[in-house]
Design a protein around this ligand. Structure first.
Ligand code: NAD
Ligand code: MG
Length: 391
């Protein structure tokens, strides 16, 4: 029987890779909903091809464009943030959460409440509201499968293992576009330079986050939340080739490494077929041709984001939502040309410090409303820091 699937963020890099896999087996899937934002042509053509029940753009102002693009196809059109959430609540066997940023939290949460399996690419959900997401999944009997490549790798290395025998989890980092740049050179890094990833083809925001190591910092927090290990058990290892995605160290000294090509269709396909493994259209590695695996320790002076992630975890409460909101706002500032590349970490650090002075909000009960509130206050605080620096 065909499985009913929904893809939140269908027009993005993860969404398109998910569609690439689904398209190969047209009989295997019924598409409930596809959501996107600005790229109406892509959203409409995929929705028509896959015979989706509904296509939703997050942008209210583009509803007419979407209706026009879908005219006569029988695919329903909807628009706005509430419509994205409504689409996520429609029954589906498998939902991909691949909206970028904190905007992905509420739709992913809605899918958890209705759903059977949530494939989670949106890392912001776990960073901002890990406890809430996992609790909600438990309450509704929904399975969350990680899609971030490192977390999929850890998940796979843990199959059949007891988490109590895990000593450490090592997630690898390519080092991004500026792996070998000096701190001085980083200060004048441009948007175009930061938007080029040496190994992975991803959305622009996560590509820049890879260059600043904020992506890895987010993934450290994500690891802590998802696998329930202590922060000191999580290590970051620079591995420029992006072939080993993560390693799990057990109490008998064994390290189980997950090796694979840098192609997100592996992690997406694993989540799509789990608990089975099915053939996937990804490259098979020729290890003899590769010859050696290269590793380095991360340079904390050049990448303060890693230290800030540790401070965020130590601070507890809803500080993860502060970390993410400040990081997203600083990234907006960098993309808009308001602040330089290395200022992003300073904005995040300043926001974490400022928000830590008012623990009432940070230590409130973690609910979707309270996380949203923390997110808003932290963004305002980060925007003020950016305005001050720019002025
Ligand atoms: P992307 O920018 O390529 O795509 C983002 C998607 O979100 C698009 O469909 C866009 O229309 C939608 N969107 C943007 N703003 C929205 C809003 N306000 N409301 C609703 N929808 C909105 O991003 P991506 O690279 O595919 O990343 C998606 C998520 O997956 C991110 O959280 C990212 O960190 C994570 N992730 C991505 C990769 C990767 O290889 N690209 C790997 C690991 C994790
Ligand atoms: Mg990753």
């Amino acid at each position: 029987m065909a499985r009913r699937v929904t893809i939140l963020g269908a027009t993005g890099s993860i969404g398109q890779n998910t569609i690439d896999l689904i398209r190969r087996d047209p009989e295997g899937y019924d598409v409930a909903a596809l959501t996107g934002a600005s790229n109406i042509a892509q959203l409409a053509s995929d929705a028509i091809e896959l015979r989706a029940e509904v296509a939703v753009t997050a942008r209210d102002d583009l509803l007419e464009d979407l209706r026009d693009a879908l005219a006569g196809s029988g695919v329903e059109a909807a628009a706005g943030a509430a419509a994205v959430i409504e689409a996520a609540t429609r029954p589906a066997d498998w939902t991909m959460s691949a909206i970028v940023g904190a905007a992905g939290l509420a739709p992913g949460y809605a899918a958890l409440e209705q759903g059977k399996t949530l494939a989670l690419a949106n890392k912001e959900s776990l960073v901002c509201a890990g406890h809430l997401m996992l609790e909600t999944a438990r309450t509704h009997g929904t399975e969350i499968l990680p899609v971030d490549s490192e977390h999929s790798a850890v998940f796979q290395a843990l199959i059949g293992e007891d988490i109590a025998s895990v000593e450490r989890i090592i997630i690898t980092a390519s080092g991004g576009a500026f792996r070998d740049w000096t701190l001085e050179k980083l200060e004048s890094a441009t948007l175009a330079q930061a938007s080029e990833h040496p190994n992975w083809d991803m959305g622009q925001r996560i590509t820049i986050d890879s260059a600043s190591m904020f992506n890895k910092a987010m993934e450290v927090i994500e690891t802590r939340e998802f696998f329930g290990v202590r922060p000191e058990q999580i290590e970051v290892l620079v591995h420029p080739q992006s072939l080993i995605h993560a390693l799990v160290g057990f109490n008998d000294g064994a390290l189980m490494a997950h090796v694979g090509p840098p192609d997100m269709r592996h992690a997406i396909g694993f989540a799509l077929h789990h608990p089975a493994r099915r053939a996937l259209p990804v490259e098979r590695l020729d290890l003899a041709a590769i010859g050696t695996f290269e590793f380095r320790a991360p340079d904390h002076a050049r990448w303060p984001a890693l230290r800030l992630a540790r401070e965020t975890m130590a601070a507890g409460g809803m500080m993860g939502a502060v970390f993410n909101a400040a990081k997203e706002t600083a990234l907006d500032g960098f993309i808009a040309g308001k602040i330089g590349f290395t200022r992003m970490a300073q904005v995040v650090e300043g926001t974490l410090e400022a928000m830590d002075r008012d623990r009432g909000l940070i230590d409130a009960k973690m609910t979707l409303d309270n996380v949203t509130q923390v997110d808003h206050v932290a963004r305002k605080c980060a925007r003020e820091a950016i305005a001050k620096r720019a002025g």
